[in-house]
Write a protein that binds this ligand. Structure first.
Ligand SMILES: [Fe+2]
Length: 98
């Protein structure tokens, strides 16, 4: 799904469930937080830095959880997925230091 095809607020789809409760819970929570962030942004609330800091911490924890699971199951594309995580983590950090 391309970013331009996502309408806001993002509605959780059960198709996104992986069947791993810990990760599914974090994904649902990420979407809820993202929707809350967008709502605050649209209402003009000045909470951007706080929201960003929260997201930075949350995705750090979330990516660690995913990487741990991928290692445990011997996920064949672990390295490229970890690289994607690092890329995303860096983009969010860049937003924070602007
Ligand atoms: Fe994820």
């Amino acid at each position: 799904m391309r970013p331009s095809e996502i309408s806001l607020p993002i509605q959780w789809s059960d198709d996104w469930n992986l069947g791993i409760e810990e990760i599914d819970k974090q994904h649902r929570s990420l979407i809820e937080h993202f929707n809350d962030m967008k709502r605050r942004q649209q209402s003009g609330a000045d909470s951007f830095n706080g929201d960003l800091l929260f997201m930075q911490n949350y995705i750090k924890t979330h990516f660690q959880t995913e990487e741990r699971y991928m290692k445990e199951i011997g996920f064949p594309e672990l390295e490229s997925h970890v690289n994607e995580h690092n890329f995303l983590r860096d983009r969010v950090s860049e937003m924070a230091i602007r």
